[in-house]
Design a protein around this ligand. Structure first.
Ligand code: HEM
Length: 209
């Protein structure tokens, strides 16, 4: 679970870095050329992308299994629990923030991933111009409903990461009086700044139609 989480954290950082170039004042030139590279490079397409999809699936399936095991470990409920005494709300609700992210990914794949797969490998009359990526992103964020759904998902993503980042290191046994505070600070910065950056990108394109 922790290893797949770390892998997804690296993916999210690269995804964010590439998406951020879509707000550069060059009408999508940098974003289009990076997207074209990612979308056509055989190593990315046929090695990294399948590993990513498997990593996403593995993380979700393991999440459900862990949740079921946790519940099953105590079939008789406590009469009273005060989870807040020694754990955060985020850590107790990872399954719910995870489910929102899963729902977001379904929407996100319908928005971007499936149309791209369709254009590249299935449809014979699809637009395969090298500047289609930027146009597609800008067009997608015209809808206030979609932008709203994206923003809510990014807030839940921040909550998931606020616990998940440091928890992944803890699960791997990386706990040290000197380094753990640093990991926790880094985790908080990542968990807030990356989703905030994604919110900025969505709002930027919405208001710059
Ligand atoms: C403003 C925010 C975002 C934008 C504009 C955006 C844009 C895109 C685009 C254009 C693609 C299609 C790439 C292609 O196949 O050519 C894509 C794929 C994908 N996105 Fe996002 N994304 C955003 C946020 C996120 C977030 C927060 C996550 C994860 C929680 C995410 C996960 C993915 C995944 C897993 C794929 C499929 C990967 C692949 O294409 O290989 N995205 N995104």
């Amino acid at each position: 679970m922790a290893l797949s989480a770390l892998f997804l954290l690296v993916f999210l950082l690269q995804h964010f870095t590439i998406n951020l170039t879509s707000v550069f004042p060059d009408e999508g030139k940098t974003f289009n050329s990076l997207s074209h590279f990612m979308g056509t490079n055989p190593v990315v397409q046929f090695a990294l992308q399948p590993v990513l999809i498997l990593g996403v699936l593995f993380h979700f399936i393991m999440g459900f299994i862990l949740e079921a095991k946790n519940k099953g470990a105590r079939p008789v409920k406590y009469a009273k629990t005060s989870g807040g005494d020694n754990s955060t709300w985020m850590s107790r609700n990872m399954i719910w923030s995870g489910l929102v992210i899963l729902a977001f990914l379904v929407l996100h794949f319908v928005d971007f991933f499936f149309p791209e797969i369709n254009a590249k490998y299935i449809a014979s009359d699809a637009d395969l111009s090298n500047d289609r990526y930027y146009d597609h992103v800008v067009h997608s964020f015209a809808s206030p409903i979609r932008v709203g759904l994206y923003v809510v998902s990014f807030i839940l993503l921040a909550m998931h990461l606020l616990h998940g980042f440091q928890s992944a290191f803890q699960s791997l046994g990386a706990r040290h009086p000197k380094y753990t505070p640093l990991i926790k600070t880094l985790g908080k910065a990542y968990a807030i700044l990356i989703p905030l950056g994604f919110i900025f990108i969505a709002l930027f394109h919405h208001f710059n139609q």
